[in-house]
Each structure stands twice: as structure tokens, then as C-alpha cells.
Design a protein around this ligand. Structure first.
Ligand code: COA
Length: 143
């Protein structure tokens, strides 16, 4: 797998990947999410390709206090080959190089099975309650 920065021509393949991986929701417009990311640390939006075919993604963020991960996705046909692990290692290296002291991430409660993946990579559940407030509506409100 080659890891490189997202390029404008990747949008359709990335949206299809996220749909195939169950990461899209009606209230998050993936194209708007991509456009917003291209305005904030676009160099931290990475994709993975095999023989030119886009099959993985990771959106990394840093706001000066914590690093964040969103849209980590490995196409179903490429799973359990340590690709998710490699993408997370890449994120950790890039965030460490920026001086980021800690990486945080959120897992939807409907996707709790993926917690075992993060635990295998050394992540532990923090004693926090995650809260959110929508500021811009992209679609129908979350149920
Ligand atoms: C989560 C995801 C990125 C993992 O990618 P992957 O390439 O299959 O993961 P890896 O092969 O690198 O796995 C790394 C370790 O986690 C374990 N693991 C991976 N998926 C797992 C799962 N669903 N349940 C339990 N353990 C899992 C692997 O066994 C491996 O452990 P090992 O190295 O000790 O053998 C992939 O399943 C995916 O894209 N899922 C759908 C999207 C998603 O849920 N993203 C995360 C949103 S928070």
C-alpha cells in the first residue's frame, strides 16, 4: 500500500469507500466534510492505494492540544492485513512531529466492535463523556 495525501480527484472514491465502510450518516455530508478538511491541515488527510486503487483513508486533526482521528477506513477486501494499524502509526508519527502530546478519538456506540482494534494498538478508554452540539446543519438532524 502507498500512503499519500488526498488529491482533489479522490473525492468520489473516498465517498464510496466511506459508504462501503458504513461511516456516512445523513447528518454528515461527506463532500462538505472533505471540503472543510481541505481548509484545515489538508496535509493530514491521507489515503491508501494499492495498484492505484484507493482502498483506505484517515483524516488526522490537531488543534494545539489533542490530535484527533476521523474517517479511518479500510475497504472490506483489505482488512486484517495490518493496514489500519499502519495508518494509525502514520497518524501517530505525524502528530508527534507536530508536538502533539496525545491522540484522542471517538467511536460511535453503534460501532463498539471496533474498540478491540484500537485496544490492540495500545489505546485505552478515557474516563470521559463525549458531548457535541451541531453548529451547521448538513442534512436531517441526528435521531
Ligand atoms: C477498523 C478498521 C480500520 C481496521 O482495519 P484493519 O486493516 O482490518 O485492521 P488491522 O489489520 O490493522 O488490525 C490491527 C489489529 O486490530 C485487530 N482488529 C482489527 N479489526 C478488528 C475488529 N473488528 N475486532 C477486533 N479486533 C480487530 C486485528 O486483529 C489486529 O490485531 P493483531 O495485530 O494483534 O493481530 C477496519 O475494520 C474498518 O475500516 N472498519 C470500518 C470503518 C470503521 O469502523 N472505522 C473506525 C471508526 S472509529
Amino acid at each position: 500500500m502507498e500512503i499519500r495525501c488526498f488529491a482533489p480527484g479522490d473525492e468520489e472514491a473516498v465517498v464510496r469507500l466511506w459508504e462501503d465502510c458504513g461511516l456516512t450518516r445523513p447528518w454528515n455530508d461527506p463532500r462538505k466534510d472533505i471540503a472543510r478538511k481541505l481548509g484545515e491541515h489538508p496535509e493530514l488527510f491521507l489515503v491508501g492505494t494499492v495498484d492505484g486503487v484507493l482502498m483506505a483513508s484517515i483524516m488526522i486533526g490537531y488543534e494545539g492540544h489533542r490530535g484527533w482521528i476521523n474517517y479511518l477506513a479500510v475497504a472490506p477486501a483489505f482488512r486484517k492485513q495490518s493496514i489500519g494499524r499502519r495508518l494509525m502509526q502514520e497518524a501517530e508519527q505525524r502528530l508527534t512531529a507536530l508536538g502533539c502530546p496525545k491522540l484522542s478519538l471517538m467511536v460511535r456506540s453503534s460501532n463498539a466492535g471496533v474498540v478491540a482494534f484500537y485496544e490492540a494498538l495500545g489505546y485505552r478508554q478515557d474516563d470521559v463523556v463525549a458531548l457535541g452540539k451541531r453548529l451547521i446543519e448538513d442534512g436531517p438532524a441526528a435521531a
